[in-house]
Design a protein around this ligand. Structure first.
Ligand code: CTP
Ligand code: CA
Length: 222
């Protein structure tokens, strides 16, 4: 019978997850974005629900369906995602930042469709707020888990982000390796705490999500 019951390892815990890309408007019909599919964040949401957690999923625009038991907040831009995440964070025990948040946005959004007048177009970009760093430095703060998609010096850059953003854990992803990373069905992660390292071998995102949640849960309880 136990086999058929939902898991309960995460029962009583509230998880906040960001997922997917953000879209930064240039004018009423155009935006800048990235290739994030949302698959990893959604897989974590599914796995957390299956383990009995309460899940709030803040999602950028993606083509996959959110798990029905999650409280889902759909956003578009980094500023909208920042606003939603900051207001939700104090009510959650664990924050997992999976979203591929645009680092910059156009300084101004044109009121009308930009016309093709010149030979070139220069767009000034300004920095978006760092959602994960802002939550990790808030008080009260949830247990904070970041992702780091890197193409080189993975451990070095990931640990740099762990320390700079004041995180509890960071899951590093070597997106230069074939078949893992943006818009793929599989992944492999190396997870760093300030003192430890955990390797999650190449597997489906569903499987990787389960293993990552085990590590998060174990570290959260420390
Ligand atoms: N992140 C965020 N808000 C941002 C930028 C990033 O919450 N404005 C989060 C991501 O969701 C991820 C982590 O921060 O969990 C690391 O994102 P990443 O893009 O790898 O790092 P950056 O700090 O943006 O540095 P860089 O892009 O220069 O490597
Ligand atoms: Ca970035």
């Amino acid at each position: 019978l136990q086999h058929f019951q939902a898991g309960s390892a995460l029962a009583g815990l509230k998880l906040l997850i960001t997922a997917g890309p953000t879209r930064e408007a240039l004018d009423p019909v155009r935006y800048l974005s990235n290739h994030s599919s949302g698959k990893m964040g959604y897989a974590i949401a599914e796995a957390a629900l299956a383990a009995g957690a309460e899940v709030t999923l803040i999602t950028g625009p993606v083509n996959i369906t959110a798990p029905s038991q999650a409280q889902t907040i759909a956003v578009c831009s980094a500023l909208e995602m920042h606003h939603a995440a900051m207001s939700q964070a104090p009510e959650h025990d664990i924050f997992i930042a999976c979203a591929a948040v645009a680092d910059y946005r156009p300084e101004t959004v044109a009121d009308n469709k930009i016309k093709k007048n010149d030979d070139g177009l220069v767009v000034k970009m300004i920095k978006n707020p760092d959602i994960l760093a802002d939550i990790a430095n808030s008080d009260p703060r949830p247990f904070c888990v970041g992702f780091a998609a890197e193409t080189q010096d993975v451990a070095h850059y990931a640990k740099g982000k762990l320390n700079r953003k004041n995180l509890d854990l960071i899951a590093a992803n070597d997106v230069a390796k074939a078949g893992q990373g943006f818009n793929t069905d599989n992944n492999a992660l190396t997870v760093f705490s300030k003192t430890q390292q955990f390797d999650i071998a190449f597997a489906s995102k569903a499987d990787v999500a389960k293993q990552l949640l085990n590590i998060i849960h174990q570290q959260y309880n420390k």
